[in-house]
Design a protein around this ligand. Structure first.
Ligand SMILES: Cc1cc2nc3c(=O)[nH]c(=O)nc-3n(C[C@H](O)[C@H](O)[C@H](O)COP(=O)(O)OP(=O)(O)OC[C@H]3O[C@@H](n4cnc5c(N)ncnc54)[C@H](O)[C@@H]3O)c2cc1C
Length: 492
């Protein structure tokens, strides 16, 4: 195995010269942990995994996998509703069967959890899995408290040479009056529900909030989103504006920007949501709170091991090698100071394992593409025009509407654009933002181009297949020097 920037050395054993394998404790069994387990055992370590809940962590159980299944099911429903005349053969009766959807979502989760997590751990002779909650006893020992019924509860002490903290994050619950005493949903309950509420209130405008809001609207809910500021406020404003327009095109969705929820009550199954800003009151039948996620570090007693963390965010600061302030203790994934994305968690876990076992690998987070899986998708990579200028770069940008992209025209897309940011005079690409049905593919193409330090001219001259989303990248590059409306159909 060879990771980006990694120098592989080995075999791994303690520096005392003993030939016993290095003992590595991995706290958690999600994406970061699994990547680390695989890399560490390949490099000769003996690994102890501690998991307090379901093996597999967030992504496969209650995150990416079930949410994208729900998004896809809702898209298919929407297609049937909107395009009955051209979707002959996949015509449905207009009423989604939420119970069946839930069953098939759960079946997918269980299949992937077995394939990618449970069987990998079961079949690896160098791994022991401990079911229980981990906390530090000191900087070389973890206590595992089994969470079985009180009478049979056991405690085990695990001594380690190296430890990886990969305990992930959990939903952040904002301090809203009355919230603690009502049966609100987090994303976990929203994904576990086998019913579709008539009215759904959504507190938050995170990627998770928007994806679930649109999915539920497409399955039949009347959805009201309470967004503290606007949508996608950390990127180019055009992203949020366009996504807002697209979401509001569905008359089952309402969005209140600048909405600060003051209090929540629930009587006879009806939620009453009061806003501070306008004192307006909204009634809903379910309430989803999706205002971000905080590291699950509270139970760890990190002070006992001398590990530092940020009091405000709960995140564990790490260097580019995933080391905490304690040299033999590492952290990776959602609990550490890095973007809360599963591919970042996995990359960080692999690098931590290489570094724990005598290798050298650093994680470069200068280029992290992201996607919101609404329809259309919103996605970006690198710098916005404003960020580039704030760094003192001179920039030239072009924005291509999707109405100039053959694939988007053929697919009947209504809302979207691809914006490319180049620095002058080199015309090297430094960023891109997109809203389009397949914005993720456009942005992935730009990410690869940026990794290769390509320029606008390089992209303009590439052969990218006609009628693909990636073709938009070539077209926007060509629009720096030509009017794309004047180009031939497949823009040579
Ligand atoms: C609804 C939703 C949709 C998402 N969609 C996407 C997406 O499309 N793309 C994307 O990139 N990311 C997505 N994410 C984010 C992604 O799921 C996370 O970034 C990723 O799963 C984090 O992995 P991790 O290994 O850091 O933590 P986790 O997978 O959360 O694993 C941490 C594990 O540690 C365990 N644990 C915690 N404390 C202890 C303890 N004291 N002792 C023992 N075990 C403990 C937990 O039970 C958990 O199993 C989504 C998240 C959500 C919630």
């Amino acid at each position: 195995m060879k990771a980006d920037g990694a120098v592989m050395t080995g075999p791994c054993c303690e520096k005392d010269g003993s030939s016993r394998p290095l003992s590595v404790a991995v706290l958690g069994s999600g994406a970061a942990a699994m990547a680390a387990v695989i890399a560490a055992t390949e490099r000769g370590a003996q690994v102890h995994v501690v998991e307090r809940a379901t093996v597999g962590g967030t992504c496969v159980n209650v995150g990416c996998v079930p949410s994208k299944h729900l998004v896809r099911s809702a898209q298919l429903q929407h297609w049937c509703d909107e395009h009955v005349e051209i979707s002959d053969g996949c015509r449905c009766d207009g009423v989604p069967n939420a119970h069946k959807l839930h069953e098939s979502r759960q079946a997918l989760v269980e299949r992937l959890r077995w394939q990618k997590y449970e069987s990998v751990l079961d079949e690896n002779p160098h791994v022991t899995v401990w079911h229980g909650e981990a906390s530090f006893e000191d900087s070389r020992t973890v206590r595992v408290r089994s969470l079985a019924a009180q009478a049979t509860q056991t405690e085990t002490l695990l001594h380690f040479d190296r430890c990886l903290i990969a305990v992930g994050a959990e939903p952040y619950i904002p301090p809203i009056d009355g919230l603690a005493s009502v049966p609100f949903w987090t994303s976990t309950e929203a994904l576990a529900s086998d019913t579709v509420p008539h009215r759904l209130g959504v507190v938050g405008s995170s990627a998770v909030a928007l994806e679930l809001a649109q999915a539920y609207a497409r399955l039949g809910s009347r959805v009201t989103i309470f967004a503290r500021r606007g949508l996608c406020t950390r990127t180019d404003p055009l992203v949020g504006e366009t996504l807002m327009q697209a979401l509001l095109d569905d008359d089952r969705i309402r969005i209140h920007c600048g909405a600060l929820v003051e209090s929540v009550q629930c009587e006879d199954g009806v939620f009453k949501v009061t806003l501070t800003t306008s004192q307006a009151v909204f009634m809903t039948d379910a309430l989803l709170v999706a205002s971000g996620r905080r590291p699950s570090t509270a139970a760890l007693d990190m002070a006992a091991a001398g590990v530092s963390w940020h009091a405000a965010s709960g995140q564990i600061p790490v260097d580019t090698h995933m080391r905490t302030n304690v040299p033999h203790i590492y952290a990776a994934g959602d609990c550490a100071q890095m973007p809360q994305l599963v591919y970042v968690a996995a990359a960080a876990g692999t690098r931590a394992a290489i570094n724990m076992t005598g290798g050298e690998a650093c994680l470069d987070l200068s280029l992290v593409p992201w996607v919101i899986f609404c329809e259309p998708q919103a996605a970006a990579v690198g710098l916005t025009e404003a960020e580039a200028q704030a760094r003192g770069l001179r920039t030239e940008t072009r924005t291509l509407p999707i109405t100039s992209v053959p694939r988007c025209i053929v697919h009947g897309e209504k809302f979207g654009f691809l914006k490319l940011v180049a620095e002058t005079p080199s015309m090297r690409i430094v960023g891109a933002q997109a809203v389009a049905a397949e914005a993720s593919d456009m942005i992935s193409t730009v990410a690869v181009a940026m990794r290769g330090h390509l320029t606008v001219a390089d992209l303009s001259g590439m052969l990218l297949p006609y009628l693909t989303a990636s073709e938009a990248v070539k077209l926007v590059a060509q629009s720096f020097t030509r009017d794309v409306h004047q180009l031939s159909c497949c823009a040579g």
